[in-house]
Design a protein around this ligand. Structure first.
Ligand SMILES: [Mg+2]
Length: 105
């Protein structure tokens, strides 16, 4: 599989994840399965953050894992969005347009 190009846009990441799922045989998994895997990967990010803060909750997890676990979580989030036909860049822009009207403390 061709690597993700440098400077790839979000739509390129979505297409890359679609292709990796075909190539690795994951494309038939349901959106619910992928959402559960996203939750699991998000938990691994939390473990890596705890290790980053010097308070490892899981002996196998180190601070160096944070980027790796963030990438796993992103792949699973994109996988969920791909199944729902969501254009993440468009969703991001729409949500930020709403967020910009909110008052933040
Ligand atoms: Mg992971």
């Amino acid at each position: 599989m061709e690597p993700l190009p440098q400077g790839a846009a979000l739509k390129d990441v979505q297409e890359y994840v679609r292709r990796l799922e075909v190539e690795r045989g994951f494309i038939g998994r349901s959106i619910t399965d992928q959402a559960l895997k996203f939750g699991s990967e998000a938990g691994e990010v939390l473990d890596a953050v705890a290790a980053y803060n010097g308070q490892p909750q899981n002996g196998e997890r180190s601070a160096a894992d944070l980027g790796s676990e963030a990438a796993d979580a992103l792949i699973m989030l994109v996988s969920v969005c791909n199944r729902a036909g969501i254009d993440l860049e468009d969703a991001f822009r729409r949500k930020e347009q709403i967020n910009e009207t909110r008052r933040w403390r």
